[in-house]
Design a binder for this molecule. Structure first.
Ligand code: NAP
Ligand code: MG
Length: 486
């Protein structure tokens, strides 16, 4: 506690508090988890996964080709018809509950691996990703034998095999969002994590094996987009759950048109975070910071478009800048770190191209003063002040620590601007007046609207989008429906 951060008179450098990784076991090479066992890929091809904060190789992962996908789908179909479908629901629940307990027991290990593989601060993987992943398994374990109560006067039935494809921003959490409701409703699973962040999904495969889940109920295979494409187009899957970019989501929709496959899409977002003059300003500033710099802005529901009522704009911008200067950007394994590494090199160059584009549009860019680490993929927390509605930095999902600021005078104006975007995943409202909150929650086209807070999640509340942010809900009672027929 010696030096002030970036000459900011209110801050001090903390002594490093780096999480140890010596006890963490990452194998040099991972096979595919098919039919309850780790098996060599038919392709006999492997690819590397890296730590984005150090650029070090962490492990080699198997590339699943079409034959590997066929094997996984076959295992899932056999497990469905021979075991899982017939098992009494309360027995299924015990397995799901067991997975939740083991995730809790191995939480520290999972958090460290999540941080090493994905670049997110350890505080986040430790306090958010892993506990919430365990909570999803606990929550859906509870529903497994109560489906008739969840949907009274209906006869809910499982679908069969679910192909589940997830992105790199919340690897274990997204796996939990997908696997837990699928198992609770009696379906079996083939899951593919992102090629950038497969390690915690493979650890989950170990957990599932150690929990004695019947072979083939959950299969976890790794590989690039082509592996996902083989899964989507496989004739013997019954349901696709995809979380990722809007572009790939649309491709999937095209490719399954005319089939009976059920689909849910959780796609991109570009949330409006709206601050009125009567808002608690300091709380709002914290909420804005949390909304966009949390997980380096790698959040589909990130509050990436800030709308501030004109008369408080100057105050908010000054407070935001001051607060941004106190953010600690660096080693994700350090418990003091607020902003970790950008997940991968391509994503960093995409963010940089948007920073350039915004400047070319004549928008003022403010970036924090502190130095970034020399190695690894890092990006300074960035503000685009006086952003214009038509600029691509306002319209496109940047998926990085970049906030655009626009001002407004009236409620009608801000609703118009907030909705004038292809996405509709989430939004935030900051005001002292309950009536204003209810007015906005009705009029904003967004699946989730947070009021006087941001980025709050709970397994019991549904999440999902409108417009180009996708369809279907994950979480809560609603999250059971996409895995059932009635
Ligand atoms: P992405 O490029 O769309 O990839 C998502 C997943 O799809 C990855 O596993 C990817 O594999 C796989 N994939 C790629 N091409 C495919 C194809 N042709 N067919 C089937 N699967 C294919 O997205 P990302 O860059 O990983 O993640 C960022 C995006 O996810 C953002 O747009 C973000 O908004 C969105 N997201 C949405 C939510 C939500 O709940 N709405 C939550 C989190 C993230 P590889 O990674 O191996 O290429
Ligand atoms: Mg990685």
């Amino acid at each position: 506690m010696k030096k002030k951060i970036n000459n900011n008179p209110f801050t001090w450098n903390y002594s490093p508090a780096v999480e140890t990784k010596e006890h963490i076991q990452i194998n040099p090479q991972y096979n595919l988890f098919i039919n309850g066992k780790f098996v060599k890929p038919n392709s006999n091809t492997f690819f590397d996964t890296y730590n984005p904060a150090t650029e070090e190789k962490l492990a080699e992962l198997s590339l699943a080709n079409e034959k590997d996908v066929n094997a996984a789908v076959l295992a899932a179909n056999n497990a469905y018809s021979k075991t899982w479908k017939k098992m009494p629901a309360k027995e299924r629940a015990k397995y799901i509950f067991r997975i939740a307990r083991v995730i809790q027991e191995r939480a520290r290990e999972l958090a460290i691996i999540e941080t090493m593989d994905g670049g997110k601060p350890i505080r986040e993987s430790r306090d958010f990703d892993i506990p919430l992943a365990a909570n999803h398994f606990f929550y859906y374990a509870g529903w497994a034998d109560k489906l008739n109560y969840a949907f009274p006067n209906k006869t809910p039935q499982s679908l069969g095999v679910a192909a589940q494809i997830i992105p790199w921003n919340f690897p274990l959490l997204m796996a939990a969002w997908k696997i837990a409701p699928a198992l609770a409703t009696g379906n079996t699973v083939v899951l593919k994590p992102s090629e950038n962040t497969s390690l915690t999904a493979l650890k989950l495969a170990e957990i599932i094996r150690d929990c004695d889940l019947p072979a083939g109920v959950v299969n976890i295979i790794t590989g690039p987009g082509s592996t996902g494409s083989f899964m989507v187009n496989h004739p013997n899957i019954h349901k696709i759950a995809f979380t990722g970019s809007t572009h790939i989501g649309k491709n999937i929709q095209h490719s399954i048109a005319g089939t009976n496959k059920k689909l849910t899409l959780e796609l991109g977002g570009k949330a409006a975070n709206i601050v009125f003059e009567d808002a608690p300003i300091n709380q709002a500033v914290e909420g804005i910071i949390n909304g966009i710099f949390f997980n380096q802005g790698h959040v589909c529901c990130a509050g990436s478009r800030l709308f501030v009522q004109e008369n408080i704009a100057e105050e908010i911008i000054n407070k935001l800048k001051a607060r941004m200067e106190t953010l600690i950007v660096g080693n994700p394994l350090d418990k003091n770190t607020d902003v970790g590494a950008i997940n991968n090199k391509e994503q960093l160059s995409k963010i940089k191209s948007y920073l350039k584009m915004g400047k070319e549009d004549g928008i003022t860019l403010y970036q924090t003063l502190g130095e970034l680490p020399k190695k690894g993929y890092f990006c300074k927390p960035s503000l685009f002040i006086n952003a214009t509605q038509s600029s691509r930095v306002v319209q496109d999902e940047i998926f990085g620590p970049v906030l655009t600021i626009q001002t407004f005078r009236t409620i009608e104006e801000v609703i118009e601007k907030a909705n004038n975007i292809p996405y509709g995943l989430s939004a935030g409202v900051w005001t002292d007046k309950g009536s204003k909150i209810f007015n906005l929650t009705k009029q904003l086209k967004a699946g989730v609207v947070w009021a006087n807070t941001y980025n709050k999640f709970d397994p019991s509340s549904p999440f999902g989008g409108f417009k180009e942010s996708g369809f279907g809900r994950e979480g809560g009672l609603h999250g059971l429906m996409p895995y059932l027929k009635f």
